[in-house]
Design a protein around this ligand. Structure first.
Ligand SMILES: CC(C)(COP(=O)(O)OP(=O)(O)OC[C@H]1O[C@@H](n2cnc3c(N)ncnc32)[C@H](O)[C@@H]1OP(=O)(O)O)[C@@H](O)C(=O)NCCC(=O)NCCS
Length: 169
């Protein structure tokens, strides 16, 4: 298994993995499926902003992808990013999510960022456990702030501090 920068050749796999999560899970609070063009634009915009889009690849192709982007657009948040990670259903629980997350954390730490935030459905036990295993702490819980599949969802924020840097001027 390797983790590397995504290329346009990975877009079909990225779209398929993402759309499975849209259709069948509350990993993403959306019912809008992605398409190749939209994801190509998303990847270009992320890259131009200096943010990573990574894929994990094994012998069978792309097993998952991960990325991060600005947490909120205001300049005061510039050292905080919000990440996402998706693993193909057939590749889950084999360490792919952990590898992608570790690569994102390393990337963010090397970029001098201060905090990584994950926004997670309170019922997403796998994601909550993955984040806890990587040292993330729950720092926010917002009941009924989203809805999908006819039920209210609770958004849990988990965050990881990447360094002990003094605040920028
Ligand atoms: C959440 C997700 C990214 C985890 O990735 P994964 O490759 O399946 O997880 P890993 O095999 O790397 O697991 C790493 C650790 O996470 C935890 N974990 C992962 N899946 C778990 C599960 N189903 N139940 C409990 N803990 C789990 C465990 O601590 C695990 O370590 P262990 O296997 O040594 O016990 C994956 O299930 C996924 O893509 N789900 C759908 C999309 C999603 O929910 N994305 C996150 C949105 S916030």
């Amino acid at each position: 298994m390797i983790v590397r920068d995504a290329t346009d050749d990975d877009l079909a796999a990225i779209v398929a993995i993402f759309n499975h999560a849209v259709r069948h899970t509350t990993a993403v609070f959306s019912t809008e499926e992605a398409d190749r063009e939209g994801r190509a634009l998303w990847m270009r915009v992320r890259r131009e902003a200096g943010f990573p889009v990574l894929v994990a690849e094994d012998g069978g192709g792309v097993a998952g992808f991960g990325s991060y982007g600005a947490f909120r657009a205001f300049p005061g948040y510039r050292l905080t990013v919000e990440h996402s990670v998706y693993v193909a259903p057939e590749a889950q629980r084999r360490g792919v999510g952990r590898m992608l997350m570790q690569a994102l954390i390393e990337h963010a730490a090397s970029a001098g960022l201060h905090v990584m935030v994950g926004g997670i459905d309170a019922d997403n036990a796998a994601s909550l456990a993955l984040h806890r295993a990587l040292g993330f702490e729950e720092t926010g819980r917002m009941p009924q702030t989203a809805a999908k599949f006819g039920r209210w969802l609770t958004l849990v924020f988990m965050q990881l501090r990447l360094n002990d840097a003094a605040p920028p001027a």
